[in-house]
Design a protein around this ligand. Structure first.
Ligand SMILES: [Cu+2]
Length: 155
């Protein structure tokens, strides 16, 4: 498949935004790019495995996935299961709020991401009461609300 340069997410008005799943060839470092993203309600996010040798998942922090809930109350949980290289998984976000998610095999390596739909209260650290249940590397890689709200995707 041709991998043409994608428009910056902000330019994809009402459209789909890509989050790449990738890492170093050895798998010693893995990531979602961007790991911090601001979208509008009704926008679709597509996670694409851009890695050539590693599988990844996009999985909501939610009791259905064996984790504390770190997505809005009214939002549905998701779990892509393993996404093979070159494959993707998409969700349309309708409920405003803060969404934290992770990659099942790489959560402990800090492969996590945060999406804000609409807006959020920058003075609050969302879901702080569940912080202690996350691996340190995961917590460390969740961008601050205020930084995401600036609008530039956080790599
Ligand atoms: Cu992964």
């Amino acid at each position: 498949m041709l991998t043409a340069a994608l428009p910056p997410p902000a330019a994809a008005a009402g459209g789909e935004v890509e989050i790449a799943m990738s890492g170093t060839p050895s798998g010693s470092d893995v990531w979602f790019r961007p790991r911090g993203l601001l979208i509008r309600a009704g926008q679709t996010v597509r996670w694409v495995n851009r890695d050539t040798g590693n599988v990844h998942t996009t999985t909501a922090y939610h009791p259905e996935n064996g984790k504390p809930r770190r997505i809005p109350d009214a939002a549905s949980s998701w779990n892509s299961d393993y996404i093979m290289p070159g494959k993707s998984f998409a969700i349309t976000f309708d409920v405003p709020g803060v969404y934290d998610y992770f990659c099942i095999p790489h959560e402990h390596a800090g492969m996590v991401g945060r999406i804000i739909v609409g807006t959020a209260d920058a003075s609050v650290r969302p879901y702080a009461q569940t912080d202690a249940k996350l691996p340190a590397a995961a917590l460390e890689h969740l961008p601050a609300i205020a930084d995401i709200l600036k609008g530039t995707p956080i790599q």
